[in-house]
Design a protein around this ligand. Structure first.
Ligand code: ADP
Length: 938
């Protein structure tokens, strides 16, 4: 800004200076010219005057006596015009004659300088006096004198011409006084004439400041011409040639510089305006600059004080912005992580220090240039353990903005939270486990009660006693169902309930459930009917047991809360996504109904509409909550519409898989064993109890049975004999059933194509899939019963139609066996294989079981988990075969635990406890049914 001002004022100054010089030069030229002209004029006038003097002198000297000037020039206007008076003065100084009419005679001028100068003059020279007051005229005049000399050389006197000084100054008469002046000066420095006359005439030039150069001309030296700028005027001097005179013509500075002054005023004004503009612009620029500086400083402070590292890379791969945190977080030297540094230097440093050794993906990206939109966000761990979160925003010009955040702490918290969550989940699992175990624990005494009541019922009792027994049975069954509800709910609540996926007939399921509850309804005098849509598919896939549980709950509630009328069940189905269908069931009753205010809470756990302690209806308040959970698991919904006093309608839906009506077996057709002839059966089973039972059942059916006790022997047997059916226990030591099946199938046909039926303790989908994958044709869930065996051997169901029987259609085990010793099961088994067979089987078990328990305990202390698993499996299989349900379950649980996290000592203790309570019961049953030792009371 100052520079701009300097330039402006410099230009103005130079311009003005030039103007000034031009004006000065013009004035000098003008005055010089005028001085020249003035000098010429004066010189000419004086020459004329001098001629007149010389002429008068000549005439006088020729005849002095008759000479008079009285009539001379009388008519000469010229003399009048120039106001000249001529006079002749004698040697004594007396004026003899003058041209002035009536001038006084004999006026003496002897004392005057112009006379005295000529008296002693050595040569004839014109003398020009100072302006003096004429004695004859009485006016101010300049006296021009010449000496007169007689022919003998004596002084004859002088001729005088008196001239009004103003006449000489007529030059430039027209000029205005303020613009200029013209002065005639004698070499003595005395001003002879001046125009305008401002009192200068007769004065000394030394007193006139503007005529400073005049002294130079005093002595007649110099070149006769000069010009000088005085304080007020510019003055040019010039000699009057031939006379002791010079002229000076001046022009006032004001006049000379008038236009320059105007120009200077204009320039100064312009300069001032420009300066103001420059100052204004400068001020605004300065203000803007200050604002920018402040902003920049604030930005820098902000960037350097945020917890994140931030940097910008421009298109030329330089880093215009890098805050302090970058160096701190990345452990970079400040000269590398600095604003203005090179991005490539930055990356090189990191590579050289092996920063990305933990993350090859990032290393590759860095090696490829360090900016990749595909890897705009990543986390990496530095050598010191710091975890950095790196975000990159790629800019349109190819540059990028990258931020680095230290997430070490966050990661630590996340880890801790995950651990806490795991711990919480483990807690929930433990709670569920605990509930399950407790459920079993509670059921144990109940089973005891039920078992004892069952045994009691078989004795001879009077009517009252039978009544008590019935009350005991009903109460304990009710208690048992409550516990089952609590268990189911805890499993559902923990998300640990797995749904089954098996084929079933929905109409049959509903019909079966209705049949089950019919007695209950009839007992209350209620009607119970079902209406199923005719187009309901015959085969769908889902979890029929859980569907039945929902139906039992809703229909049961309907019966419970209805006094007159009845319960109606309707079912229909409509297609949903390809391959699936929604089953829609509604259960309507004509009961007490539900207050609309309470309807919303019904599906929450532990909710009962009548919450009073003296309520009429028992229940846990869990039934509908379980239904809602199950329905949700099945991809459906449940809702209620109700009018108090008129009844309720509960509707639910469930998504089920549609199955082809006629499932085709694509595999190699296997000759189905026919039951019209005795079959040759190979039984591979490691558990002697189970082997015994199954063998008895098979021989009772008229089949021929070969027994082997492990998978390896089964493979050998299957390769040397033609078996119609191989019954293969899935879990056996060394070579298990699945491996044995695979080996048999890998052999040569037709023996390799034998009909293989798996015997498994579990009916889970995964087990069925494993059987199918190993190449089994069918499987039976343990405990094996005559009925189930017959079913697989006779191939009833789809197989009977000759289309094959897909694996995955197990003959279901009873849903819930609730007794320590399932006497009902033993009774039916006795029907199948005969009472003595069951007794023998029980005896074998009683002998066998303690050794399994001992082996488990021993293996537990030595940490031989595989042995625990094997022994537990053996015990589980044997226990369920002899109807010791609880023992079987606990042993199965121990087996399962041995496959996973490892068995818990408590489970072993529970198992031992269960065995302790089971053995006497089993022994008691055996004793009671052993025809050889005890009298039968049945
Ligand atoms: P609970 O096992 O106690 O019956 P539910 O969850 O099955 O528990 O039912 C919760 C409550 O909903 C019942 O206590 C009853 O008050 C009400 N409720 C259920 N079904 C009906 C119905 N069909 N008619 C009237 N009230 C019903």
């Amino acid at each position: 800004m100052l520079g701009t001002l300097g330039v402006i004022w410099g230009v103005i100054a130079i311009d003005l200076r030039q103007d000034h010089q031009r004006a000065l030069r013009d004035a000098e030229i003008q005055t010089a010219n005028l001085a020249g002209a003035f000098g010429e004029t004066v010189s000419g006038s004086i020459a004329l005057l001098d001629q007149a003097l010389e002429h008068v002198r000549d005439v006088y000297l020729r005849d002095p006596a008759h000479f008079t000037l009285q009539n001379w020039f009388h008519d000469k206007t010229v003399l009048r015009e120039i106001s000249v008076q001529l006079a002749v003065v004698d040697a004594s100084g007396l004026t003899l004659t003058t041209t002035t009419a009536n001038a006084p005679a004999n006026v003496s001028v002897a004392d005057r300088e112009h006379f005295k100068v000529q008296v002693n003059a050595a040569e004839d020279r014109l003398f020009v006096s100072r302006p003096v007051v004429g004695r004859a005229s009485g006016k101010l005049a300049i006296q021009f004198t010449r000496r007169m000399t007689w022919p003998d050389g004596r002084f004859a006197g002088i001729v005088v011409a008196s001239l009004d000084p103003h006449v000489l100054g007529v030059f430039r008469e027209s000029e205005r006084a303020d613009r200029g002046f013209a002065v005639l000066i004698g070499r003595d420095g005395i001003i002879r004439a001046a125009r305008p006359d401002v009192g200068l005439i007769g004065g000394d030039v030394a007193a006139v400041p503007d005529l400073r150069l005049a002294p130079v001309f005093d002595d007649g030296q110099g070149d006769g011409t000069a010009t000088e700028a005085g304080p007020n005027a510019i003055v040019s001097y010039r000699d009057v040639p031939g006379y002791p005179l010079f002229v000076a013509v001046g022009v006032s500075r004001r006049a000379a510089f008038a236009s320059y002054d105007q120009a200077r005023r204009d320039s100064l004004l312009a300069g001032l305006c420009l300066s103001l503009i420059v100052l204004l612009v400068g001020f605004m620029t300065l203000r803007q600059w200050l604002r920018l500086t402040r902003f920049h400083r604030a930005l820098t402070v902000t960037l350097n004080n945020i917890s994140q590292g931030i940097m910008m890379v421009d298109a030329r791969r330089r880093m215009p912005v890098v805050n302090r945190r970058v160096a701190e977080l990345l452990g970079l030297p400040p000269e590398i992580a600095r604003s203005g540094g090179g991005f490539d230097d930055f990356l090189r440093w990191q590579q050289e220090h092996d920063e990305f050794r933990h993350d090859p993906r990032v290393a590759a990206m860095i090696a490829a240039g360090g900016i990749d939109p595909a890897l705009a966000h990543y986390e990496r761990t530095r050598a010191d353990g710091t975890v950095l979160e790196v975000h990159t925003s790629v800019l349109p010009d190819g540059g990028a903005v990258r931020t680095f955040t230290d997430v070490t702490e966050r990661k630590r918290i996340e880890r801790e939270m995950a651990q806490a969550r795991d711990a919480a989940e483990a807690g929930i699992r433990a709670r569920t486990e605990f509930l399950a175990v407790m459920g079993h624990e509670i059921r144990t005494p109940i089973n005891g009660i039920v078992g004892a009541a069952g045994l009691l019922a078989e004795m001879r009792l009077n009517a009252e006693q039978q009544d008590y027994v019935r009350v005991i049975r009903d109460s304990s069954e009710h208690l048992s169902s409550l516990i089952q509800n609590v268990l189911d709910f805890s499993l559902l609540d923990a998300g640990r309930l797995e749904l089954d996926d098996v084929a079933f007939d929905p109409a049959a399921l509903i019909g079966g459930t209705i049949a089950m509850l019919l007695d209950q309804a009839r007992a209350k005098g209620l009607i119970l009917v079902a209406e199923t849509a005719p187009d309901l598919p015959a085969r769908i896939s889902g979890d029929p047991a859980r569907l039945r549980q929902i139906l039992v709950n809703l229909i049961g509630n309907g019966i419970k809360f209805t006094e007159t009328g009845g319960v109606t069940v309707t079912a229909r189905m409509h297609a949903a996504e390809p391959g699936t269908a929604m089953l829609e069931v509604s259960v309507g009753d004509t009961g007490i109904g539900i207050d609309p205010d309470n309807a919303g809470r019904l599906f929450s756990a532990f909710t009962q509409v009548d919450g009073s302690k003296s309520r009429r209806f028992d229940g846990s308040g869990l039934g509908l909550a379980i239904c809602r959970h199950l329905v949700t698991l099945m991809g459906g919904t449940i809702e209620v519409e109700s009018t108090p006093g008129r009844g309720s309608v509960f509707g639910f839906s469930a998504r089920l898989k549609l199955l082809p009506a006629e499932p085709a077996r694509a595999a190699t057709p296997v000759p189905a064993p026919s039951t019209s002839r005795p079959l040759r059966v190979l039984l591979a089973e490691d558990n002697p109890t189970n082997r015994h039972v199954a063998t008895r059942m098979l021989t009772r059916m008229g089949h021929r049975v070969d027994q082997v006790e492990d998978g390896a022997r089964a493979v050998v047997a299957a390769s040397i004999a033609d078996y119609d059916v191989i019954l293969m226990d899935v879990m056996m030591p060394d070579v298990d059933g699945l491996a044995a099946t695979r080996m048999i199938r890998a052999g040569t046909p037709p023996r390799s194509r034998a009909w293989i039926v798996g015997l498994t303790a579990n009916s889970q989908a995964s087990d069925r899939e494993a059987c199918e994958a190993a190449g089994m044709d069918d499987f039976v869930t343990k405990p094996v019963t005559m009925e189930r065996l017959r079913a697989v051997l006779e191939h009833n169901g789809p197989r009977a139609a000759g289309t094959g029987h897909p694996v995955g259609h197990p003959v279901e085990a009873p849903a819930d066996v609730t007794e320590v010793l399932d006497t009902g099961f033993l009774a039916s088994l006795a029907g199948d294989i005969g009472g003595e067979g069951v007794v023998e089987m029980l005896r074998i078990f009683l002998e066998d079981a303690p050794s399994h328990m001992m082996a488990i305990r021993h293996a537990m202390t030595s940490g031989a988990i595989q042995t625990v698993r094997r022994e537990a499996h053996a015990l589980a299989g044997a226990a369920s075969t002899v109807g010791l349900t609880r023992l079987g379950r606990l042993a199965a649980a121990l087996q399962k635990a041995s496959e996973g996290t490892g068995p818990a000592a408590e489970v072993v203790e529970m198992l031992a406890e269960a065995l302790r309570e089971s053995l006497p019961l089993a022994a008691a049953w055996a004793d009671a049914h052993d025809v050889t030792t005890a009298p039968s009371n049945a």
